[in-house]
Design a protein around this ligand. Structure first.
Ligand code: SAH
Length: 351
């Protein structure tokens, strides 16, 4: 029932008033029954969108090889954890583990593999892709063990964590909200909330009507990862689309069947994401003691430094994938990569 979630959202608005954008996004993606990710496998040509690991095995292979290197930098521990956040179909982890097994069999033996995934439908896909390995699934960070160092990766995960939006009005900033418009036969529309906000948003030279996004859930998530790294040491890599520096603007977008669609139309049937503000992530990381920030750099620069062109030379039919992953008209410049590590033994390869 595609309009079930719409009805639930309209009911919540009728009961509690206009809804914050982060609440809307969390429900549209993660409502336990009707959320977008909870019910389907959205990837690939027949799905709604295609991600880097689904474009080419080289993506996971070169990241796997980088992880072998960072494991060696750690002193090749015989026991450690590998975590992927939001693994989709499990393709990236499968490609990484295959290469790790080839390059460093003792590393594969020592790895405890963990996947952070909220979607039962995608967990099934991951089980199929990774049946050769012993894997544990987690719905939140709380259940992860903290008895050994971590190597962590997240591709197109942070963009799915909910954002808040604020709109500039004459006398300051107001929260942007979602409400029901009786004049438009009850459809969902954006509106401007009543309460003024002073949340450290820029005050000067902002044109009226400008939108500013913050991502408290994303910052909170990354801070929890960093505190895990602080406790047990480790290295984490985050790949997503977004800008190096903050710019004003509404980056919320919805995609279904490889086309942009209206964010508020038929919630639960399209993938809603927002650009990752890499400057905000790095600023948050710099406040955590002992954390080293690697990058950020563009996906193209990163993948080339860790050897994707060399890999493409020896794989058949790899040129199209290489182009899509690294060309600036494709994913090469829009996507960025940042690393956060703790423990001092990791190097800056790729950055
Ligand atoms: N990394 C994969 C999939 C990206 S899509 C790829 O590159 O192909 C986002 C993934 O994050 C999906 O697996 C989705 O179910 C998961 N996800 C989104 N929000 C989440 C949350 N709050 N907690 C756990 N998993 C989440």
């Amino acid at each position: 029932m595609p309009d079930r979630l719409f009805k639930l959202i309209a009911e919540e608005i009728a009961d509690s008033g206009p809804m914050r954008v982060d609440r809307f996004m969390a429900l549209a993606l993660g409502h336990p029954e009707h959320g977008y990710y909870m019910t389907r496998d959205p990837f690939g040509r027949d799905g709604d969108f295609t991600t880097a690991p689904e474009i080419s095995q080289m993506f996971g292979e070169v990241i796997g090889a980088l992880f072998v290197h960072q494991w060696q930098c750690m002193g090749s521990p015989s026991r450690f954890h590998v975590l992927e956040c939001g693994p989709g179909r499990g393709t990236l982890m499968a490609d990484m583990l295959r290469i790790i097994g080839r390059l460093a069999p003792p590393m594969l033996q020592g790895a405890r593999v963990h996947l952070l995934e909220m979607s039962p439908a995608l967990k099934e896909k991951q089980e199929a892709a990774l049946q050769a390995y012993d894997v544990s699934w987690h719905e939140g960070l709380e259940t992860l063990p903290d008895d050994a160092p971590y190597l962590i990766v997240g591709n197109e995960f942070l963009d799915a964590l909910p954002v808040r939006q604020f709109m500039r009005v004459d006398d300051g900033w107001r929260e942007r909200v979602v409400t029901v418009d009786p004049a438009q036969s009850g459809s969902l529309v954006f509106a401007v909330g009543d309460a003024a906000y002073d949340t450290g948003l820029p005050q000067d030279n902002i044109a009226s009507g400008s939108i500013y996004e913050t991502a408290p859930a994303r910052i909170d998530f990354v801070q929890k990862i960093l505190s895990l790294l602080q406790r047990v040491s480790g290295y984490s890599l985050w790949i997503d689309y977004g800008a190096f520096a903050w710019t004003a603007g509404d980056t919320l977008q919805a995609v279904a069947r490889h086309e942009y669609v209206d964010v508020l139309h038929n919630p639960g049937t399209s993938d809603i994401t927002a650009h990752v503000d890499f400057a905000a992530l790095c600023a948050a990381a710099k406040t955590v003691s002992g954390i080293t920030v690697h990058g950020p750099v563009t996906q193209a620069a990163f993948l080339k430094k860790i050897g994707i062109e060399e890999r493409a030379r020896v794989l058949p039919d790899a040129q199209t994938g290489l182009h899509r992953l690294t060309h600036s008209d494709e994913m090469g410049s829009l996507f960025k990569v940042v690393g956060f590590s703790c423990g001092g033994m990791f190097d800056d390869s790729g950055f």
